[in-house]
Design a protein around this ligand. Structure first.
Ligand code: KE4
Length: 432
């Protein structure tokens, strides 16, 4: 199999590892889970990434979710370029922040008030603080394998890069920070019920990825999300949907609209920034009103509501809101990918699972049906690494970890999906 020539990426990586931990600014990018080294990206357009050695890849990461329209959508670039002529950051209110908040509230029924932040981590950290402030309770419930950013209290049996690194939790998190974080099993309401019973009236909120996209891709089983809603209502706890990935991806109302469950607080990131650094949390007005300066839960950010990020996000959200056919296209491409992959696994009798919904998918190298962290962990990460490397060298750029999702954008075409499936079939032909 001819490997892509990556001479320039190699010399860049040699420098990078001297200047940055692991040579990257986010662990999963380092390719530690798949071997080899990362390629350095020179540019991106539509569904394609171009590395510094001139290799072209069909991009199935999309910057981990933000690039739902594809890279460098002209409409987003034009809006951002125009805004840049007026100023990059003010540190004072701008009309763009009002427009963004009003637009999100208009698009998502459960949102009555919104606060902007600069990352998903910041949004979740702040939302947890608001939940604790509102209920006067300290404990939270999260799910094994779900990832909610790298705030101390959330780095407990987390997914994404933590799961990829195979470290159950991060060092450097004081016992005091993690002790109030209880973990339940995804899709197991009994495990949640037990925690509520053992911690009666002490739980501020349950935080959940309504579609778990950080242990690969695990869908909520029938009744799971509704069951969480009921358990929270019966125990005076808040239900927090972490929609940093699913927000505005599973339709304009995100997962809460897709599954018809109304959370009390929702966190966002990625898509709402159009590729610029962003986060947000929002929900019921009575809850959000305890946030400073209105209430006594403090939260702040120098660049929160940054005009350039708001401009990129507003433009992207308006395109999604005005063009419902985009979601039809995303769903169809996702389905084409999953059905094509399933056909290949059957043909070659491979013990591989394919999961997904809409434009989110995951291929698990395991014979077990994956419905939670424990079953996701049965995946053969070595087998995934071999497959990943082959596909990368054929110009298909997937997340460099078995425990990340496959992201498809509106810029992808049927031809791209079919080309990727042809390469996948070739791989299993060569390596039965
Ligand atoms: P950021 O702080 O990375 O913007 O968002 C954290 C976060 C919160 N909640 C969910 C559900 C998330 O998926 C994320 C971040 N997603 C990962 C991708 N699995 C980011 C990739 C990375 O860490 O480099």
């Amino acid at each position: 199999m001819a490997k892509f020539e990556i001479t320039k990426s190699k010399s860049l990586f040699k420098r990078a590892v001297c200047a940055m931990p692991g040579g990257v600014n986010s662990p999963v990018r380092a390719f530690k889970a798949v071997g080899g080294q990362p390629v350095f990206i020179e540019s991106a357009k539509g569904q394609y990434l171009y590395d510094v050695d001139g290799n072209r890849y069909i991009d199935y990461i999309g910057s981990w979710g933000p690039m739902i329209l594809g890279h460098n959508d002209e409409r987003v670039v034009e809006a951002v370029t125009k805004q840049m002529q007026k100023g990059i950051s003010y540190g004072a209110p701008s009309s763009l922040e009002v427009e963004m908040a009003e637009l999100m509230i208009e698009m998502v029924p459960s949102l009555e008030m919104v606060r902007m932040a600069n990352s998903g981590t910041e949004a979740v950290m702040s939302a947890i603080r608001v939940a604790r402030g509102f209920t006067g309770r300290d404990k939270i419930i999260k799910f094994e394998g779900c990832y909610h950013g790298h705030a101390d209290a959330l780095l407990v049996k987390a997914g994404s890069g933590v799961m990829t690194a195979g470290v159950p939790d991060s060092s450097g998190v004081p016992e005091g920070c993690a002790k109030d974080t209880l973990t339940a099993e995804y899709n197991n309401l009994e495990s949640v019920r037990a925690l509520f019973a053992e911690n009666y009236n002490e739980i501020a909120c349950v935080i959940v990825e309504p579609v778990a996209a950080n242990m690969g891709l695990v869908l909520p089983e029938e009744g799971f999300l509704a069951g969480l809603r009921k358990l929270c209502d019966n125990n005076g706890a808040l239900l927090l949907f972490d929609e940093v990935i699913t927000g505005f991806r599973l339709g304009i109302k995100g997962a809460s609209g897709y599954y018809g469950i109304k959370p009390d607080i929702t966190t966002y990131g990625k898509i709402i920034g159009g590729g610029m650094p962003v986060g947000a949390y929002g929900g019921r007005k009575d809850i959000m009103s305890i946030t400073a300066p209105l209430g006594n839960v403090y939260q702040a950010g120098t660049l929160s509501g940054n005009p350039v990020a708001m401009c990129a996000g507003i433009t992207q959200l308006r395109i999604l809101k005005d063009s419902p056919e985009i979601y039809t296209h995303l769903d169809a491409l996702g389905e084409r990918f999953r059905q094509g992959a399933a056909r290949i696994f059957t043909k070659y009798k491979k013990n591989i699972q394919i999961s997904g919904t809409g434009s989110l998918s995951c291929i698990y190298f395991t014979g077990s049906e994956v419905h939670d962290y424990r079953t996701a962990k049965t995946a053969d990460t070595e087998a995934f690494a071999k497959y990943f490397t082959y596909m990368l060298n054929r110009g298909n750029y997937f997340g460099p970890s078995q425990f990340e999702a496959v992201f498809i954008s509106d810029a992808h075409t049927e031809r791209d999906i079919d080309k990727t499936l042809e390469d996948m079939e070739e791989y299993f032909e060569l390596y039965p």
